[in-house]
Structure formats: structure tokens, C-alpha cells
Design a protein around this ligand. Structure first.
Ligand SMILES: [Zn+2]
Length: 284
């Protein structure tokens, strides 16, 4: 004989299912709130310490924290060391960009792993440490590296290795392509513990517009990711032949837009470090 469920029992079951559903929605919201704020991670390469220091008021105006990747640390003057310490005290990160700014793949094939370490890594890191800096992030000189270089660098203790991304390529003066940054997923950090990343150059040779940057920053905000950008020398006029750099006015617009969009400024080593705090999702 078929059992008939009394209406009251049915009502209790419906209420129970409804409450469980509400609890599940509540859990998802709490988890989402724990995710990281969308942001931007800006870094600068080479040895333009006086010029970078001139940007300090700009960084302060917008509450920006950035990363400076230093090469040729053996030539650091006492004055440059003081400036870098001041920048570090402001909350900026001091990273490492090689001792001789060499070609990693060539060094590895001609000098082996030991030669690569003793030529490109150890001497410069020793100078950095003697100057009171302890870099945990590394930018590949010339954007040149391979899997072996990465494994050596990670074994040396670096927690994030930054490569170069370009949104535009030309051949013999003819533009092959120009991509808006919002369509370049690899330049966004997703807090997935990734230790090998690409940052988009903002130097003048790739012709990124302010609108393209704005779209990229909005994407970072809306997806809770971090747009990674980098440049070389701050320029106040057109670059001279062979000069790599970005316009200070362009950097100013990036900082102002990031500030007005309420984005977070991240340094490079913060990206993998903060990944550890991301709640683990068994369903992903
Ligand atoms: Zn460089």
C-alpha cells in the first residue's frame, strides 16, 4: 500500500531544503569575500635608480607599491644604496635582475649550471646582500630563459620569476599584430601559486593606449586578478635611438586609473605569497 506523506511533514522538508540552500549560498559568498582584490603589479628593470627615485612623489600620490629589479649590483654607489633603501622603506620591493644581464640559455649551454650560477646569480646576489637587500623575485635579463634556468633560479630560492610580454610585434618596420592587453590572459596573475609569470612592457615601442590600459585594469578589477606591467627608464621626452623606456606621463595615467578604480597595488613577491592564503576549492 502506498504511503501518503502528511502535508505537515512535506512542509518541514521543503523548509529544511530551503534552509540548506540558503546556507550553501552563504558559504559561497563568504568564500568569494576571501578572494583577493583585483590589482596591478608594476615593475622596473635594470639600473635607473636615480630616475626611479624621482618617481617617488608619483607613487606616494597614488599609494602605489612597485618592484625594482636591479642588475649590475657591483656598481651600486653608496648614494644609490641609500635611495633603494628609502624606496624599500616606502613599501616597494627590491628584486634581482642578474649580475651581468646575460643571456641565460647561452650561459647554460656554454658554461653549464655551475657556470650560470657563478656568473649570473651568486656574485650579484652577494653584492645585493652586502648592501642590505635580500631579493626573492627575479626578472629574466632580456626576457631570455628556459626550463633549466627557471629550475635553477627556483632552487636558488626565488619565489617568482618574471618574463617579458609584448602586445605588439613588428618585422622590418611592418607591424605584424597589436593586441589589446585585455585579450592577453597570461599577463594576469590569478593567485594560482604560479612562480613563472609574464609582465606586459609599457615602454614606448609597443604603443599601448591609455584606453587599452584602462580596459586591462577594469578586467583585473572585475576578475579579481592582477595585471602585471613593467618598464625600463622613465622618459620625459621621445626616446633616443637604442633607449628603452616609458613615458612618465603614461605611468602617471596608469597609477591614476588604478587608484580611481580602487585597485590594489601588489609587489611581485606578494603574488605567490598571497596565493597561499587563497581558500582551497575542492570543486575547482
Ligand atoms: Zn634588463
Amino acid at each position: 500500500m502506498q504511503k501518503i506523506i502528511p502535508p505537515l511533514t512535506l512542509y518541514v522538508k521543503v523548509v529544511f531544503v530551503f534552509i540548506v540552500h540558503l546556507l550553501l549560498i552563504g558559504c559561497t559568498t563568504a568564500e568569494d569575500e576571501l578572494q583577493h582584490k583585483g590589482g596591478v603589479a608594476i615593475s622596473f628593470d635594470d639600473h635607473f635608480i636615480d630616475e626611479w627615485y624621482q618617481l617617488r612623489p608619483l607613487f606616494k600620490q597614488h599609494g602605489a607599491k612597485v618592484t625594482f629589479f636591479i642588475t649590475c649590483a657591483d656598481t651600486l654607489t653608496e648614494a644609490e644604496k641609500r635611495l633603494l633603501h628609502e624606496l624599500q622603506e616606502d613599501g616597494h620591493e627590491i628584486g634581482f635582475h642578474g649580475t651581468v644581464h646575460g643571456n641565460a640559455t647561452q650561459l647554460l649551454s656554454s658554461a653549464s649550471v655551475d657556470g650560470y650560477i657563478s656568473t649570473e646569480l651568486e656574485p650579484g646576489m652577494k653584492y645585493m646582500q652586502q648592501a642590505g637587500f635580500h631579493p626573492t623575485s627575479y626578472a629574466h635579463p632580456g626576457g631570455n630563459h628556459n626550463a633549466l634556468a627557471d629550475s635553477v633560479l627556483l632552487a636558488q630560492g626565488f619565489t617568482i620569476l618574471r618574463d617579458v610580454a609584448k602586445n605588439e610585434r613588428s618585422l622590418y618596420g611592418v607591424q605584424l599584430y597589436h593586441l589589446p592587453p585585455k585579450y592577453m590572459p597570461h599577463i594576469y596573475y590569478t593567485f594560482d601559486h604560479d612562480s613563472t609569470v609574464d609582465a606586459l612592457t609599457i615602454d614606448t615601442d609597443v604603443h599601448i593606449s591609455q584606453e587599452e590600459i584602462r580596459e586591462g585594469l577594469i578586467k583585473a578589477r572585475d576578475t579579481g586578478t592582477v595585471l602585471m606591467l613593467f618598464g625600463h627608464k622613465p622618459l620625459y621626452q621621445e626616446p633616443r635611438p637604442g633607449e628603452y623606456g616609458f613615458r612618465v606621463s603614461f605611468l602617471n595615467s596608469i597609477l591614476a586609473q588604478a587608484d580611481s578604480l580602487d585597485l590594489q597595488f601588489y609587489t611581485m613577491s606578494e603574488l605567490p605569497a598571497l596565493s597561499d592564503q587563497r581558500p582551497k576549492r575542492s570543486s575547482l
